[in-house]
Design a protein around this ligand. Structure first.
Ligand code: PEP
Length: 248
């Protein structure tokens, strides 16, 4: 059985004190949920949130370096993330791909390194509007998955979370219809089945992301293959994020 996982990506928002306040509030509002809840604050707030000892809310980072240590000014390593107590790390978010030129190969390197050091990568894939209009969604997403999973062995797959995030739906208020999102997620699961077999594919959790809000969370979560959400804007307010987590 796949336990749904709902993660909040705070992007470049919240100072340490704001993060502490939001973390405490979220812990309260998600108390009775049976969903796995993760928040991904900026790096600067990870340790402070970890020190709160939240029990219902796990921590994730929004990115990490593809190298373990060395002369990489401005980067944060997997060991440093482990040090903060975080358990998840988002890799290949479309903003990283688009604004910082991250390739599928780099995403793969980061995912492998995260797994090697005991962090769960949340691997983001998804098409742009132009790609969708050109009918390239499936081909693109299949390729992103194949490249992101290169070298990940069968025993590691269940440690990974995939987030299907159509780029045109991120931060725009536009959501893929629940059926369309589910159809792409089924394709992702089939791709994983081809790589690792049906049993492995039936275990991996695949989230939808892109303007998820309290009003559409239930419809999305009702779909056969959607196992959670990666939430940007609506994760910044505890009330909204709580309403998404408590979608039932
Ligand atoms: C995201 O940043 O991953 C995201 C899905 O953002 P939003 O929910 O704001 O569209």
């Amino acid at each position: 059985m796949r336990i749904p996982i709902i993660a909040g990506n705070w992007k470049m928002h919240k100072t340490i004190s704001e993060a502490i306040e939001a973390g405490r509030e979220i812990e309260q509002v998600v108390q009775s949920s049976d969903v796995e809840v993760v928040i991904c604050p900026p790096f600067t707030a990870l340790s402070a949130l970890s020190a709160l000892g939240l029990t219902k809310v796990k921590l994730g980072a929004q990115n990490m370096c593809a190298e373990v240590a060395g002369a990489y000014t401005g980067e944060v390593s997997v060991l440093m993330l482990r040090d903060t107590g975080c358990q998840y790390v988002v890799v290949g978010h479309s903003e990283r791909r688009e604004l910082y030129g991250e390739t599928d190969e780099l995403v793969n390197q980061k995912a492998l390194l995260a797994l090697e050091h005991g962090l769960h990568p949340i691997i983001c894939v998804g098409e742009t509007l132009a790609q969708r209009k050109a009918g390239e969604t499936e081909r693109l997403v299949i390729g992103q998955i194949e490249r992101a999973f290169t070298g990940i062995n069968k025993a590691q797959v269940h440690e990974v979370v995939v987030a299907y995030e159509p780029v045109w739906a991120i931060g725009t208020g536009e959501t893929a219809s629940a059926e369309d999102a589910n159809a792409v997620i089924v394709t992702i699961r089939q791709t994983i089945a081809k790589l690792y077999g049906d049993d492995v594919a039936s275990e991996i959790r695949i989230q939808y992301g892109g303007s998820v809000k309290p009003a559409n969370a239930r419809e999305l979560m009702k779909q056969s293959d959607i196992d959670g959400a990666l939430v940007g804007g609506a994760s910044l307010q505890a009330e909204d994020f709580g309403a998404i987590v408590n979608y039932k």
